[in-house]
Design a protein. Structure first.
Lengths: 480, 283
């Protein structure tokens, strides 16, 4: 026993325990009641939050007699104003996802967790929920007091009002979400006549419950413990990233203003240890401990610190957007000279041009040709070789359209089968056709063959789709 | 373990080893524990509602009475319901009438693929490409006729080709001459044509050599070979010598299509006839 004991350095063990004593882990035992202070960043935050109005009102826009943006899952169509996107075009979705993933990366690399602090639904909804809390229950000290207070009629009334409002917002969130996938006006009709489908009902319930729980109760716990993006973004930040930073060179040693001590001969730094930066933090962190996982970079502590500095007559920006490198050396590599930014920007441009190219070349008629593999070729009684093709014609025009099929390729080819095909609008029609080529004309085992479908709608607009496939001949025929 | 906590005020469990190693209390978030208990409750509820616990040969059935096979049956019923409207129409139509309707034809072809795979593909190939001694269904050469009605008849009653082996009736030289005629009809000698007539080949294969579909005799003038076409002369020599399905010839070629009227319903045969017709050679 004593041997073992001698191996353990006692002092370092004591240090560890001492450190863990100070180590505060926010597990949500105590509700964080953040103080609300006006300021520049507070204003920016509201402007950023306005983006979410699109979420609430977007579904009600109309275009060509239908919902302007509609994700029609049962019909497998996605309407984006005048454009209809079908599952065949969904490669663009992967480019879109790539675009947003890289956008997140580049913004985070340059300016930290901008998404978390200003745009994330968790942040925005929590912000609105706590605003309601403040309006109904008062500022943080009153709220804490109300929590301790015994239940009476007044407390019950206040709490009832708050939770009703929260639930109302949650309900509208749920309805708005579902409205992107159903016709919004019909959805409201079904909602008001209690005639909602099971799927819509379940999703509205899920989103209502989820919003109420996450924005009302879980709040910063979501960012700390549940959200993977919070962690991912943490590793995207480097020394050149500007984030809300406490300038410890200026601030330390922190200390309260002593009465009678002249400003030019004080022994303390600029930080007056007023704790306002902690009081306003929605996730309850102390920014003066440096960049940390709990910080969503919402910049509200900058507003708080600046208003205090203004009051005590010290320069603003004790807490400001600053990079670690800037803080240490006073200067930082300009954004335009960082390789990471360039690489990200190139990927952004590539994916964006892919999407633009895709959207602008979405044909109205899409032809796919599948060459039958079993059998690859069939010898006919007159000695010609026959190949079978399945033509799939996708019609994205708003009306049914008869199309004519033609084929060109090996000399002397004959297209066997009906040449006119009526395609349904928004649908895929398949047709088997056979192509025969006289043996004498076949000099290669495989040669290109091109199929074209053309159709004309009632307004005289001509639509055309083309696809190249192969004509396969048996090797024995080619040798002869 | 010490009787008295040597570190009062510290958030420890009172368990201390080696004087200064102690276990601290760091409980996981309460909401996390709530989630844990909810998931346990979910598990219990799931076990009550759905089949879950194995019990020897059996298992707990769950109060909802749900079963996977039941769900499969339900899905099957739904498919049958969708299909019913076409199946009813098809039942009342002949194969020709089905072919006259593009939509019904498409349905028939799509819904008969499995049937073809189960009953036909083993010999004729999954795409009707034939194989070894089994005829190609995707070409336009038909021993018994390529109309959909004939195809239907072929599937229903089967076929059994018949050609007597001529090995004992003809000299080797005569067989060789006739084989050369079959191998290259247009370029054959006058002698071969005379032999064809004098030996009575035309009785089955027709004066023009194009075969007689009522008998199922092969068209000798076209490019398609009923049996191997790797070496046409050798192939023709073999067939002329040993015949097809000749009971007296031990080395005769075998060519039997079984009857399906006892294995398949009339309706299924009709659908298969349409399927085969659409493989590429229907006439």
């Amino acid at each position: 026993m004593s041997d073992l004991k001698s191996q353990i350095p006692t002092a370092s063990v004591d240090d560890l325990y001492a450190e863990s004593g100070h180590w505060h882990v926010n597990t949500g035992e105590e509700t964080i009641h953040a103080k609300r202070m006006p300021g520049k960043w507070r204003r920016y935050k509201w402007w950023a939050s306005l983006v979410w109005l699109v979420f609430f009102f977007g579904p009600y826009l109309r275009w060509d007699g239908r919902q302007a943006v509609l994700f029609d899952i049962p019909e497998r169509q996605f309407h984006l104003f005048g454009v209809t996107i079908l599952p065949q075009d969904f490669w663009m979705l992967s480019l879109l996802l790539l675009f947003f993933a890289i956008l997140l990366a580049v913004v985070t690399a340059v300016a930290g967790r901008v998404w978390c602090g200003f745009f994330c639904f968790q942040t925005v909804w929590t912000d609105v929920y706590t605003l309601i809390e403040e309006k109904l229950e008062g500022p943080p000290p009153k709220r804490r007091k109300l929590e301790q207070a015994p239940w009476d009629a007044a407390k019950a009334r206040t709490k009832l009002a708050k939770h009703s409002l929260w639930l109302l917002i949650a309900l509208f969130t749920g309805i708005s979400f579902v409205a992107w996938f159903n016709d919004a006006y019909r959805l409201w009709g079904e909602l008001l006549t209690f005639d909602l489908g099971m799927v819509a009902l379940v999703f509205i319930a899920l989103f209502t419950g989820g919003t109420y729980l996450l924005a009302g109760f879980m709040r910063e716990q979501v960012c700390l413990w549940l959200c993977p993006y919070a962690r991912i973004q943490g590793v995207m930040i480097d020394k050149t990233t500007v984030v809300p930073t406490y300038d410890l060179n200026r601030g330390e040693p922190r200390g309260r203003i002593k009465k009678g001590e002249p400003e030019d001969r004080r022994s303390t730094g600029d930080c007056i240890d007023c704790n306002q930066c902690v009081a306003v933090c929605p996730t309850g962190v102390d920014i003066r401990q440096g960049q940390q996982e709990g910080c969503i970079t919402c910049a509200l502590c900058i507003d708080a610190c600046d208003s205090v500095m203004e009051k005590v007559g010290r320069p603003l920006g004790l807490i400001r957007y600053e990079s670690l490198e800037g803080l240490e050396s006073g200067s930082c590599v300009p954004v335009a000279r960082r390789p990471r930014v360039w690489v990200y920007t190139l990927i952004l441009l590539a994916s964006l041009s892919g999407i633009v190219w895709g959207l602008s070349t979405l044909g109205s008629i899409d032809l796919k040709v599948i060459h039958s593999r079993q059998p690859l070729f069939v010898l006919q009684s007159d000695g010609s070789i026959q190949n079978k093709y399945t033509l799939k014609v996708l019609n994205k025009t708003p009306a049914d359209l008869p199309v004519r099929i033609t084929a060109s390729g090996p000399e002397g080819l004959v297209l066997v089968g009906d040449e006119v095909l009526v395609t349904e609008h928004g649908g895929l029609v398949a047709r088997d056709v056979f192509v025969r080529v006289p043996q004498a004309k076949l000099d290669r085992e495989s040669q290109p063959i091109s199929f074209v479908v053309t159709g004309q709608d009632s307004q005289g607009q001509v639509y055309r789709g083309e696809r190249t496939s192969v004509f396969i001949a048996p090797p024995s025929v080619v040798r002869n | 373990m010490a009787d008295k906590n040597p570190f009062p005020g510290e958030n420890n469990t009172g368990h201390v080893w080696d004087d200064n190693i102690r276990e601290l209390r760091n409980p996981i978030p309460r909401w996390w524990m709530i989630g844990f208990w909810i998931s346990l409750a979910w598990w219990v509820a799931y076990g009550i509602l759905y089949p879950m616990i194995p019990m020897g040969e059996s298992w707990s059935k769950g109060v909802l009475g749900w079963s996977m096979v039941g769900e499969y049956q339900e899905g099957l019923e739904q498919v049958e319901k969708v299909r019913a409207k076409y199946e009813e129409q098809i039942a009342g139509l002949s194969a020709e009438e089905i072919l006259a309707d593009e939509g019904l034809t498409a349905y028939t072809v799509a819904s008969s693929r499995v049937l073809f795979g189960d009953y036909c593909a083993a010999c004729h190939g999954s795409g009707g490409q034939g194989g070894d001694i089994f005829p190609v269904l995707a070409d336009d050469d038909w021993l018994y006729g390529g109309s959909v009605a004939t195809i239907q008849q072929t599937i229903t009653n089967g076929r059994r080709g018949m050609m007597i082996g001529h090995g004992s009736m003809l000299s080797e030289q005569e067989i060789a001459t006739l084989a050369s005629l079959v191998a290259d009809w247009d370029g054959a000698s006058e002698e071969a044509r005379t032999l064809y007539q004098s030996k009575g080949c035309f009785g089955c294969h027709g004066a023009d050599g194009k075969g007689i579909q009522a008998l199922g005799s092969a068209n000798l003038t076209d490019a398609v070979w009923r049996f191997s076409d790797l070496d046409p002369v050798a192939s023709a020599t073999y067939t002329i010598t040993h015949g097809v399905n000749d009971p007296n010839q031990p080395k005769t070629r075998e060519a039997v299509m079984p009857a399906f009227n006892e294995r398949l319903s009339e309706n299924e045969i009709k659908k298969l006839a349409v399927y085969v017709y659409k493989l590429g050679g229907g006439q």
